[in-house]
Design a protein around this ligand. Structure first.
Ligand SMILES: O=P(O)(O)OC[C@H]1O[C@H](OP(=O)(O)OP(=O)(O)O)[C@H](O)[C@@H]1O
Ligand SMILES: NC(=O)CC[C@H](N)C(=O)O
Length: 480
């Protein structure tokens, strides 16, 4: 429902990179479903295939065969800046005086317009209205004057916002993570080469081994012959701004991000959720898919505390229904929830039920679900959420919703409980998230749950000098 992009870059010793890139994109499909693309280089020229739609539909066997070369990059996109058409689909390619560039971007720049205007004044012609093309042109320009490493550094000093990039300069594949490490990027070793990718699950798919996360502000340059890589710490900052939502929702549970396995993080958040606001009920149901690991941790902690609460997979998800976000109207989004989730009556009828989800954004899922569960005979429906209320938009590359669409944008927890008609509602605290991720609040991007951002965004507050008190809490109906 709330997506962002996935990036990959591969250098192999002696075989075409197109197939491994394609499999990696399949592994990253959950990060973006609007378009998919691969750019390779065969030592003489670049080959590119970029198409709207899902990975499985975007490439035919013939397309993959025509993508020659043992070095390449790939991308799955959910747009956050620029149009939803092929002009903004990625990897973005540009040819310039001293070579060719391909670029895949996960994230969002906050000063793309400013740089774009400046480059346009210098004669750069843009073919899209997206922020990724701005990075490509800025880098191409710097490459006219500097070597590769220095050119990347100059571009990093110029662009502000979140970015994990895989770049291809002629046949050299590089990976760059923004100085705050907002978006994930990791490096892995394959039997016959190296891979850079948003999530380690893509490395597993290729039977490779995760080496480590790319550090915030670090550049990794893969050797085009697939024999190794070099790293350069180009920018260092005092604080990181890792996106906690990667762990809570976006990333696959089988990925390791910033040294934490997402599945274990979610289970621990579930345990903490029980500790902070556990409620006695007959049965705990996860809201699939993202709620699953939270609910198993929650139920485990409850049972360890002596509770008789039962854990049941009482909501079935239709695996063929796409993410509800793609539905253009609220009416269609509501219908999609009904199409997507169906309760198993025997687990619910006559019972006090607790449903566990990772987040509430617009409130569509929880409102629909509570109604469904009550229709299926639930006596009470309690809602526990493994993240704090989402009170503000994301400017860092996640398309969630605008402020006025967010159910917690201007409502208290009690008002939300009332609107979704839950018997009780509680969210997890920010501190529980920081503790679980073994980091401090100042090293996380908490913009969507505090309204204060680690970057300077016009019209918004920054959290780099002030950290606000906790926002969050619980609600049960007032006794009246
Ligand atoms: O309040 P809302 O606007 O309805 O958004 C919140 C819902 O969206 C996400 O689920 P998604 O549909 O992406 O399913 P998933 O957990 O299977 O990825 C999330 O897990 C919540 O269930
Ligand atoms: N979701 C993303 O990471 C998007 C990348 C880039 N800002 C785009 O809109 O294409």
């Amino acid at each position: 429902m709330h997506e962002k992009c996935g990036v990959v870059g591969i250098s192999l010793r002696d075989r075409n990179a197109a197939r491994p890139l394609y499999y990696s994109l399949y592994a990253l499909q959950h990060r973006g479903q609007e378009s998919a693309g691969i750019v390779t280089h065969d030592g003489f020229q670049q080959h590119s295939h970029v198409e709207m739609g899902l990975v499985g539909d975007a490439f035919s066997p013939g397309d993959l065969e025509s993508l020659n070369g043992s070095n390449g990059i790939g991308h799955v996109r959910y747009p956050t800046a620029g149009s939803v058409n092929t002009s903004c689909a990625q990897p973005f390619s540009v040819s310039f005086k001293s070579g060719s560039l391909g670029l895949s971007h996960n994230g969002n720049l906050v000063n793309a317009d400013e740089i774009g205007d400046e480059l346009a004044d210098l004669g750069h012609a843009f073919t899209s209205d997206g922020d990724t093309e701005v990075i490509a042109h800025d880098l191409a320009r710097n490459l006219l004057e500097e070597d590769l490493v220095r050119a990347v550094k100059r571009t990093m000093e110029r662009i502000h916002g979140s970015y994990s990039l895989t770049i291809m300069h002629d046949e050299t594949v590089l990976g760059v993570r923004d100085p705050e490490g907002n978006r994930p990027l990791c490096i892995g070793e394959l039997e016959d080469g190296y891979v850079l990718t948003s999530e380690s699950a893509a490395i597993d798919t290729l039977d490779g081994d995760l080496i480590r996360d790319v550090k915030p502000g670090e550049l990794v340059v893969l050797h085009p012959d697939g024999t190794g890589y070099d790293t350069y710490q180009l920018i260092e900052r005092e604080n990181t701004a890792h996106c906690f939502f990667e762990h809570v929702y976006f990333a696959r549970p089988d990925s390791t991000i910033d040294e934490s396995l997402v599945y274990e993080v979610r289970r621990e958040l579930g345990r903490k959720l029980w500790g902070e606001s556990g409620v006695e009920s007959d049965v705990v149901l996860p809201v699939p898919d993202s709620g699953r690991a939270f609910a198993s941790g929650y139920a485990e902690a409850a049972q360890n505390d002596g509770s008789d609460i039962e854990f049941a997979e009482g909501l079935m998800k239709n695996r063929y229904v796409g993410r509800t976000f793609i539905m253009p109207t609220q009416d269609e989004r509501e219908r999609a929830v009904r199409l997507k989730l169906n309760p198993i009556k025997s687990t619910i009828e006559g019972k006090k039920v607790t449903i566990i989800d990772d987040s509430i954004v617009r409130g569509t899922t929880s409102t629909q679900l509570i109604e469904l569960l009550k229709d299926a005979g639930a006596e009470e429906v309690h809602v526990r959420i493994g993240a704090p209320p989402i009170v503000a938009p994301c400017y860092m590359g996640i398309d969630m919703a605008s402020r006025d669409e967010l159910i917690a944008g201007d409502q208290s927890v009690e008002e939300i409980r009332d609107e979704i008609e839950a018997d009780s509602l509680s969210y997890l605290s920010i501190d529980a998230i920081a503790q679980t991720l073994e980091t401090s609040r100042t090293d996380l991007c908490l913009g969507c749950v505090t309204g204060e951002y680690p970057y300077d965004i016009e019209g918004e507050e920054t959290d780099r000098d002030v950290i606000r008190p906790e926002i969050g809490g619980s609600a049960t109906p007032a006794d009246d």
